[in-house]
Design a protein around this ligand. Structure first.
Ligand code: NAD
Ligand code: ZN
Length: 667
């Protein structure tokens, strides 16, 4: 790079950074992520170091923050409010430690005491107390002149208006951070969406926007909190304060909220260790941290080190990996979820977020896309935090060029081509055999209250669907022993058990069958209503919305769902197939009056879980009890029976085996 090129790049970067500072500090509405900003600033810093002839006292590398807003009264800071030097990896931090020692002419192996503290991601605020009373609260502004936000800060509940101590200092200048909890940030954004306003990109911007409101009543509505970390000046206090960790103690003593995560460590390695700990803890904290701050603890050493125009030499911020980036949405695809819900997914221009390349992000619901007005081609903020899948936070509307396109939910399922139906805030595939939906449908179909087919665990279902053995819930009735034994972890005994469960499930009730189909909004109870009203499948298939609505207990949502289900040809085919395989309905209670009203107790190990037999007995009007009494009708005995067997014999109760139970059930 020659001088001219360097000068051009430097000027270009300065111009960009000035603009981003304005968006961030003045408007609280950035259009690039912090890490992108940090990268530009780093590039500028390096260029300015290599080309000192282009020094500019107004460069973003030597200046703090942004100019105060005119809408607020200005406050001059007697002591400038500076920024912090940044470090991003262990080596940056070790280099800081070495520099400190070089500057102080201390031996290289000297271990310095550091106050290590969480770095809260909020808005820096300066508070002045005179004789224990809060007189002025101001923002940092450009470091020299800030905004008077006293009335707004007074609405924050944990800011003491009067210090709760007998002998407050005569004069006190303290600094802290105003924050929003993650939860409150979510609430505010949801409220803004409802009111058609743009959402904040992160809690920091939301906190800043909340403090810099003209109307303190608006600030009061946001549940802001304040955490103090710095005594800038103190006069006339009962004791001397000699170090940063002592200052944190003094703040607590004077009634200020401080962090319980602050710690005093010796040597830089312990500081690095502390950062690793907090990085893990970060997810579980109620508010956002963007790193830790490492401060030389001893005030005398701090004084010797002094400051540059932008930041003190005795402290460094050790930043956590970024959680946000901005990138472009190339396209929006639809993902069919396990419940058949279609989730729009943004296909992104790959972007590195905190060391991980992200190329897809969730857009949640159509409703959210519409409210946030997210379009294909938009530059968006993408967030990736912890284990949560990356999500699109908001579009940067100011960067639109008119080529962006609105997303339309497809009318057909991208997996199977069936009709997509709207269901409240969601869109779903109407086909119960959609591969994605299939697994969930099978789980439901075989469940106790549905077809009660025992032995179909998640692993088995996964295999059956993934290997293409079951393409439709009806295929369950085509399974044979050999096929089942060909699956992982299925031996001969289990295969036999599965087959017998499948066979036995064919005789069911109409209500259970309706429930087993997994029609949206049709639970056990509604299935019974439908069975009672329509008696058979032919009637139910033809049911009109009005007929359905006429049933007590069935509303609009259910009626629509039933009509929609039976108008889907694929669903009708599945039903025909099930009937073909021998599914039939019995009015079990009446037909099997042999066990109606009879009581049963189990003992020992049966071939299937007790719940399975319980279901069979109960659907035929029998009762399952836990303990043996004189009035008990049957004790069902499996392998290794317990003391119940003896008691049953003493009481003259009929003792039967599993096979005998089946014979009873079958009438
Ligand atoms: N996205 C954008 O367009 C954009 C623009 C400008 C700045 N920024 C971001 O803002 C940050 C720079 O802002 P900055 O100058 O306020 O510096 P900073 O946020 O990196 O660090 C200084 C600030 O840390 C805060 N802090 C929190 N806990 C603290 C503690 N325990 N002790 C001391 N201070 C503590 C104080 O408010 C202090 O002013 C960077 O992260 C940068 O990416 C982003
Ligand atoms: Zn589908």
């Amino acid at each position: 790079m020659n001088d001219r090129e360097a000068k051009e790049r430097i000027e270009q970067l300065r111009k960009k950074l000035h603009y981003h500072n304005y968006r961030y500090y003045v408007l609280d509405d950035p259009i690039i992520s912090d890490s992108e900003y940090d990268m530009m600033l780093k590039e500028l810093k390096e260029l300015e170091e290599s080309y000192p002839q282009f020094y500019d006292e107004n460069s973003p590398t030597v200046r703090v923050g942004g100019a105060p807003l005119n809408k607020f009264e200005k406050v001059e800071h007697k002591i400038p409010m500076l920024s912090l030097e940044d470090g991003f990896d262990d080596n940056d931090i070790r280099e800081f430690d070495r520099k400190v020692k070089r500057f102080l002419k201390l031996p290289e192996d000297k271990k310095i005491a550091y106050s290590v503290e969480p770095k809260f991601d909020g808005l820096s605020i300066d508070l002045i107390y005179e004789n224990g009373k809060l007189t002025v609260a101001s923002t940092r502004g450009d470091g020299y002149v800030g905004e008077n936000v006293t009335q707004n800060i007074k609405t924050i509940r944990n800011v003491p208006l009067v210090l709760p101590i007998d002998t407050p200092p005569m004069y006190l200048d303290v600094q802290g951070e105003v924050l929003l909890t993650k939860e409150e940030f979510e609430r505010i954004n949801q409220e803004r969406l409802k009111n058609g306003l743009n959402v904040f990109a992160n809690p920091r911007n939301a906190a800043a926007g909340s403090v810099r409101q003209l109307d303190p009543k608006e600030t009061a509505k946001r549940n802001l909190i304040m955490i103090m970390y710095y005594i800038r000046q103190i006069e006339g206090y009962k004791r001397k304060i000699l170090s940063q960790h002592d200052a944190l103690e003094a703040l607590k003593e004077m009634g200020f909220p401080t962090s319980s995560l602050n710690r005093l460590v010796v040597g830089i390695e312990e500081a690095i260790e502390y950062k690793k700990e907090l990085e893990i803890k970060r997810e579980t904290l109620p508010y956002e941290l963007d790193g830790i701050v490492i401060k030389v603890d001893d005030f005398e050493l701090q004084e010797s080190l002094g400051a540059t125009t932008k930041s003190p030499r005795w402290a460094i911020a050790f930043k956590f990996p970024a959680q946000q980036a901005t990138t472009k949405i190339k396209d929006i695809e639809v993902n069919v979820g396990r419940t058949g819900i279609l989730t729009p997914v943004a296909i992104l221009e790959p972007v590195n977020i905190g060391g991980v390349v992200v190329s897809r992000a969730s857009l949640h619901t159509m409703d959210e896309i519409e409210k946030k007005d997210i379009r294909i081609g938009d530059v968006v903020f993408v967030q990736r935090a912890g284990d949560v899948i990356p999500e699109v936070v908001k579009p940067v509307k100011d960067l639109r060029d008119g080529s962006e396109k609105k997303f339309v939910m497809p009318e057909k399922c991208p997996v199977c081509g069936s009709r997509v139906v709207k269901d409240g805030a969601y869109y779903r595939c109407s086909n119960i055999n959609c591969p994605k939906v299939l697994k969930e449908s099978i789980k439901h179909f075989v469940s106790r209250k549905a077809m009660n087919i025992d032995g179909f665990g998640d692993k088995l279902i996964e295999q059956l669907v993934d290997k293409g053995i079951v393409k439709n819930i009806a295929d369950i009735y085509e399974l044979d022993k050999e096929t089942l034994m060909g699956l992982d972890r299925v031996g001969e005994k289990l295969a036999e058990n599965l087959i017998s469960s499948i066979q036995r499930s064919k005789g069911t009730t109409f209500a259970k069958f309706i429930y087993a189909l997994g029609i949206r909004h049709v639970g056990e109870f509604v299935a019974k209503l439908l069975a009672e009203r329509f008696k058979n499948l032919e009637n139910l298939k033809k049911a009109t919305k009005d007929e359905l609505l006429a049933i007590d207990g069935i509303g609009e949502e259910i009626a629509d769902s039933v009509v929609s289900f039976f108008s889907e040809p694929k669903n009708l085919q599945t039903i025909d197939k099930l009937l073909y395989y021998g599914i039939h309905f019995e009015d079990k209670t009446k037909e099997h009056s042999r066990i109606a009203g009879k009581s049963f107790v189990f003992t020992g190990t049966l071939s299937k879980p007790r719940e399975y037999f319980k279901e069979l007995i109960e659907e035929r009007g029998g009762i399952v009890r836990n303990s043996v009494s004189k009035n008990l009708d049957y004790l069902v005995v499996g392998e290794n029976p317990g003391s119940k067997l003896k008691k049953a014999k003493q009481n003259g109760v009929s003792v039967i085996s599993e096979e005998e139970l089946y014979r009873l059930l079958e009438g």
